[in-house]
Ligand binder design. Structure first.
Ligand code: UD1
Ligand code: CA
Length: 456
């Protein structure tokens, strides 16, 4: 749409978070803060320059799946302020004509529609500089927007440099700016760090532009929540709540029933089809997908799970990095660990744990079972209490159970093991050798010792 250059500032450590992890990598609704910021550029067709410093390799790794975008990186090795951060992208700015959009990497609530409107407003009016602002009842910590009596912007004053009068101003700087490339280059060559924090402030560009008689404007965003910047865990928690409400609203609009929005936690990238019902106290995390007509009962956690249509997930079930096919029932109290695939029309019942296990269509593992590194064939029934003993203390081994097999209750299947189609094991069998198709395995049946009385 536009010939735009965007610069994202993400080099700071975020000391106020009190964390070993840098601020922009902290999640809000399950997604790194910086990724929320980048997503606002989706569809703008912009060249993007990320200014990184602390934990730069981790930031790059986090953004790896955006590799189709025109993503570039510059490094700010010492964090000397937001103006200094932008200066690291000087080569990109010099090579670009027209507007440069600058975003701070710590504002995850911005909407992409807002950014698009903001850029459009800047371009259509041929402004040299536009600052996005908002009104906050509690503006503490933000740069204040100072205007003259005619309402023209005269300066942005940081909290630490503000006198009591300026601190009363409720209009604040969001950190979102659109600046003409030439003006920006001129400023970067001339800025200083003459302020309380001895930092090179990008916000000093206001006074610089005024002195050059540039065309300046402020753009006020209606929903002030959008420009909440995350500096502390408290702000992170606030942002989390706001974003989660937005996500829930979106799913309700799309035709999902959510019995209690207050106790339902859905991450930003989760996809849910219509007529899904979600009971209270559920967590749907990561890139989980749920297809239509599925019911998720209370107290479940689904992380990067792919759930088919008409599935019923019963209470207290955990599904991680696994797939569940159409028409299958899972739980209550089931645990599907990473790498499990349960196909269509299966039943995985209570107290069943699967790990890296494929359960083929129509098979049943109805209760009390551990299956690891296994494949269970079509329509096979695994009796209660069956254990797939996949580990000998040193190595893990595979078990393959064929189609239409009947595994009796309390069987122990010692891997590596193959059990052929239609085979049967009697209750309590310890199976140590491969079983051919159709064969029956019997364990040692319990002996019966007659009581003395009967012997007489
Ligand atoms: C900044 C603004 C303030 C505004 C607020 C909005 C300045 C001087 N202040 O303050 O007016 O109200 O954001 O949220 O611009 N960064 C770097 N390198 C640096 C310094 C910062 O990359 O040397 C990055 C940080 O990683 C962060 C962003 O820039 O993502 C903003 O920096 P931060 O320290 O959070 O600025 P604020 O004090 O919040
Ligand atoms: Ca900030």
């Amino acid at each position: 749409m536009t010939d735009l250059l965007s610069i994202i500032l993400a080099a700071g450590k975020g000391t106020r978070m009190k964390s070993d992890k840098i601020k922009v990598l902290h999640p809000v609704a399950g997604k790194a803060i910086i990724k929320h910021v980048l997503n606002t550029l989706d569809g703008l067709n912009s060249k993007i320059v990320n200014v990184i410093g602390h934990q730069k390799e981790k930031v790059k790794a986090e953004l790896e799946d955006l590799d189709k975008w025109d993503l570039n990186y510059v490094i700010q090795s010492e964090q000397l302020g937001t103006g200094h951060a932008v200066k690291q992208a000087e080569d990109y700015i010099a090579g670009h004509e027209g507007p440069v959009l600058i975003l701070y990497g710590d504002t995850p609530l911005l909407r992409k529609e807002t950014i698009a409107e903001f850029v459009k407003d800047h371009q259509q009016n041929n402004f040299d500089l536009t600052i996005m602002t908002a009104f906050f009842d509690d503006p503490e910590g933000y740069g204040r927007i100072v205007k003259d009596q005619a309402g023209n912007l005269t300066a942005i004053v940081e909290e630490k440099d503000a006198d009591p009068e300026i601190k009363k101003i409720k209009e604040i700087n969001s950190g979102v700016n659109c600046i003409d490339s030439e003006l920006l280059q001129d400023f970067l060559a001339n800025m200083d760090n003459d302020n309380a924090q001895q930092e090179y402030y990008l916000t000093d560009i206001i006074e610089f532009a005024i002195n050059k008689n540039k065309k300046i404007n402020t753009y006020t965003v209606q929903d002030s929540d959008e420009i909440i910047g995350i500096n502390s865990r408290k702000q992170q928690a606030e942002a989390e709540q706001i974003l989660r409400e937005r996500i829930i609203d979106q799913h309700l609009t799309n035709g999902v029933t959510i019995i209690d929005p207050n106790t339902t936690f859905i991450d930003a990238e989760v996809e849910i089809e219509q007529d899904v019902t979600i009971y209270p106290f559920n967590y749907l995390e990561g890139k989980t997908k749920v297809a239509k007509n599925t019911v998720i009962n209370q107290n479940c956690k689904l992380k990067n799970a792919v759930i088919g249509e008409n599935v019923e997930i019963l209470a207290n079930t955990i599904i991680k990095e696994s797939e569940v096919g159409d028409g299958t029932n899972v739980g209550p109290f089931a645990y599907l660990r990473p790498g499990s695939i349960v196909e269509d029309n299966c039943k995985i019942g209570d107290f069943v744990e699967l790990k890296k296990t494929t359960v083929k269509s129509g098979a049943k593992v109805p209760h009390l079972c551990y299956a690891g590194d296994a494949e269970i064939g079509e329509r096979t029934n695994i009796g209660a209490g069956t254990i797939f003993a996949n580990y000998d203390g040193e190595n893990k081994f595979q078990t393959k159970v064929g189609k239409d097999v009947f595994i009796g209750s309390d069987s122990i299947l010692i891997a590596p093991l193959t059990i052929g189609d239609q085979a049967k094991t009697a209750a309590g069998s310890v199976v140590t050798k491969d079983v051919n198709s159709g064969d029956i395995v019997m364990g040692v049946p319990a002996r019966i010792y007659k009581s003395k009385k009967q012997e007489d």
